[in-house]
Design a protein around this ligand. Structure first.
Ligand code: ATP
Ligand code: MG
Length: 255
């Protein structure tokens, strides 16, 4: 059975998508079979790994219009597959609320849709939108573990409390196996002093759950998506590539 990890942070632009793509790519390069699931109607992950946003997407999958295997697309990286998302996903939450009166039933759509794929992959990585709405709830119910990317700034701490409360609620009500897999810092700028203070605070709160690898701010990481390539193809020798490789190794070694 594959392990399902969801990338969550309701704060926008913290590196969820970049991390899911590049951690996924390096896990795949380590010889594991990886499926990336784009669960954000922005479709950034799909563009970033060079897969088409044409149907079938994750929307057709959760709406039951297509079989799981048929929704899977190949990426340019060996062992790395993806299910894409498009703007169609934006209407899904509204449709669900209209059509499915039972609140519990509404949060199981992604889990049920991905279940047939779980034994075909070592890792399934889900990229969520920047909110704690119904899509992210579906992601949390489908997952075994949560990875939280964070920027090293003071405001990053404020959202964490709500995120942890949400994790606890989902664990209690829908998914008893859910756990916080880890927290890691992205877009780190060693020149600023505040960032050191934030790192210390998060260490206090998360201890062992804080990953050792810190992803620095690196322009090559922001260029790669426009070429539809994970950093391992776009520029494997840049510092962003090296640190994502280390982070992926940490994810694998922590089980
Ligand atoms: P959203 O909440 O909108 O889904 P996100 O949390 O998925 O955003 P990303 O899209 O991964 O965040 O990153 C936001 C922007 O920052 C993107 O333009 C991305 O290319 C860039 N970026 C991400 N990580 C880095 C980095 N380490 N160094 C430089 N730029 C980065
Ligand atoms: Mg994103």
């Amino acid at each position: 059975m594959g392990k399902c990890i969801v990338f969550v942070n309701q704060k926008g632009g913290v590196g969820k998508t970049t991390s899911a793509i590049n951690i996924g790519a390096y896990i795949a390069l380590a010889g594991k079979k990886v499926l990336l699931v784009d669960f954000d109607s922005q479709g950034n992950m799909s563009s970033g790994v060079g897969v088409s946003k044409d149907k079938p997407t994750v929307y057709e999958l959760i709406a039951g219009q297509v079989q799981a295997e048929a929704a899977v697309k190949h990426t340019p990286v060996e062992n790395l597959d993806a299910i894409s998302a498009s703007i169609d996903l934006a209407g899904f939450s509204i449709e669900l609320v209209e059509k499915v009166p039972d609140e519990k039933e509404r949060v199981f759509f992604l889990k049920n849709a991905l279940d047939p794929l779980k034994n075909q992959y070592d890792y399934i990585l889900i990229d969520c939108p920047p909110s704690l709405g119904l899509l992210t709830m579906n992601g949390l119910v489908a997952a075994d573990g949560i990875l939280i990317p964070m920027q090293c700034e003071y405001f990053a701490l404020e959202g964490l409390v709500l995120l942890i409360e949400t994790e606890k609620r989902v664990k209690k009500m829908y998914n008893p196996n859910l756990k916080i897999e880890g927290v890691f810092f992205t877009m780190y700028d060693s020149r600023t002093r505040l960032t050191h203070a934030v790192v210390e605070k998060v260490k206090e709160r998360f201890g062992n759950e804080l990953y050792n690898t810190i992803i620095p701010r690196n322009v090559r990481l922001s260029e790669a998506p426009s070429h539809g390539e994970p950093i391992c193809l776009y520029d494997p020798s840049c510092v962003g590539a090296k640190t994502y490789k280390k982070l992926a190794e940490e994810v694998i070694s922590r089980g």
